[in-house]
Ligand binder design. Structure first.
Ligand code: AMP
Ligand code: MG
Length: 424
């Protein structure tokens, strides 16, 4: 038996992996490219919004004192002197006894301080001809249906904090307040490598003793879901030379390199040696099931830090260790204030679940609404829990944590990370 280092508890291993990782440098990107990226600086409004008073309705811009007495029984008739479409500054002033037809979003003309919606007049809605006069059936007070300058955002007002993700609402606000580009943290670059002489690409026919490479596809999808740029560099054969060549190519481009397989103590497991060639090995064995063999290293390539992950080979171990270690690192690099973002829920077990000796178990479970507790969730195993079993992974909507050395009876509580909404 080779000399094995101590098993490191999961929380300690996560702390070590995240230690001293900083957000990637900021860069200015156009708003169209900013979706999903994280603001590197707080943003203030560059404009007053709305920039000028405009109409909230299709209707007639009037002086409110002219419309003050209008009612269905005693309509007020005003002379219509023209119209203000959206996008054209009005050239007429609304004098007493007159009105301008106005469209939603068009600039309020001088003289007018209220808009009478077309529905409150005798003018047919959608009519293209400008009527010579209009009868108003409902009173309009000062400011009625007018969106005044600055009522949404004042120029210079703080809008969004540093660390805010550019989600659709943030992007809408940035665009409306005059920002064509924003300072965001660069999107992390992730290179993915599979290792193993038994692997062939998905869809290729299987020769004797061959299986399909599913890890690199799954990892690429997970990294993309976490907001990274991903390149798959293919399958390294089980030689140190082949692995090292691909690893160097990966580290020349990526912020994070994720390998799978070849990390345990088999005769053909070269990941640790390849990592040690280009960087400093950080840790190796973590007290979790699945995922015990796990290598983490840091390298400096052209002055840039590169984080190297050697995940186990079994596909479920790969999935789980990505969630536990790589996703938080990608979030930190992207500038998210919280590295861990999967919703953590306290759930009740619908059936007993076995832990493992000396290791924290990460079980694949299905969470469902608890019939006995409002807003509660119950957890059931999603199927076979061996680390090669992908069927139960695809069925699972959460990962449930069972502390080391305990078996949890039915009805007991545990923490689960939601991977998908229980009803989605
Ligand atoms: P290893 O740590 O390289 O011995 O791999 C452990 C197990 O995971 C073996 O059964 C491998 O065949 C399997 N495995 C390794 N890499 C992959 C992969 N990319 N896709 C599917 N299975 C894999
Ligand atoms: Mg292998």
């Amino acid at each position: 038996m080779p000399d094995l280092p101590d098993l490191i508890p999961l929380a300690d291993a996560q702390r070590r992996v995240l230690d001293r990782i900083e957000a990637l440098p900021a860069e200015a990107v156009g708003l169209a490219e900013a979706a999903g990226l994280v603001l590197a600086e707080p943003v203030r409004s560059a404009l007053t919004v709305p920039p000028w008073a405009n109409s909230a309705m299709d209707g007639f811009a009037v002086r409110s004192e002219d419309a003050a007495t209008a009612s269905p029984g005693a309509p007020v008739v005003l002379r219509v002197i023209g119209e203000v479409p959206a996008g054209r500054a009005p050239d007429d002033e609304v004098a007493p006894g007159t009105a301008l037809r106005i469209m939603t979003g068009a600039m309020m003309p001088p003289g007018a301080d209220a808009v009478v919606p077309v529905e409150d007049t005798d003018a047919p809605a959608g009519e293209s001809e400008i009527p010579a006069s209009v009868a108003i059936h409902a009173a309009a007070g000062p400011g009625a249906h007018v969106r005044f300058a600055g009522t949404d955002v004042a120029a210079g007002a703080p809008l969004l904090d540093r660390g805010r993700t550019c989600d659709p609402a943030a992007i809408a606000l940035l665009a409306a307040t005059g920002h064509g580009s924003v300072a965001v943290h660069r999107r992390p670059r992730v290179a993915v490598i599979s290792t193993g002489d038994e692997l062939v690409p998905p869809g290729d026919p299987l020769g004797p003793a061959q299986i399909h490479d599913c890890n690199s596809l799954a990892l690429a999808a997970q990294a993309a879901e976490a907001g990274a740029f991903v390149r798959r560099l293919g399958i390294a054969r089980d030689t140190l030379a082949d692995l090292s060549a691909l690893l160097r190519e990966a580290a020349a481009w990526a912020d994070v390199v994720v390998l799978s397989g070849g990390v345990s103590v088999g005769a053909h497991d070269h990941v640790k040696a390849a990592f040690s060639d280009i960087g400093t090995l950080g840790l190796w064995r973590v007290a979790i099931k699945p995922g015990r063999p796990f290598a983490f290293a840091r390298a400096t390539v052209d002055g840039r830090p590169v984080h190297l992950f050697g995940l186990p080979g079994n596909p479920v171990s790969v999935f789980v260790t990505f969630e536990l270690f790589v996703r938080p690192v990608l979030r930190r690099l992207a500038g998210h204030p919280r590295a861990f973002d999967r919703p953590a829920r306290v759930v009740r077990l619908a059936e007993p679940m076995r832990g493992s000796s000396g290791r924290e178990t990460v079980a694949r479970v299905v969470l469902a609404p608890d019939p006995d507790r409002p807003d509660g969730l119950v957890a059931r195993s999603s199927g076979g829990q061996d680390s090669y079993m992908l069927g139960s992974l695809a069925v699972a909507n959460a990962m449930l944590f069972i502390p080391p050395d305990v078996d949890l009876p039915a009805g007991s509580e545990a923490i689960a990370w939601e991977l998908r909404r229980p009803d989605a």
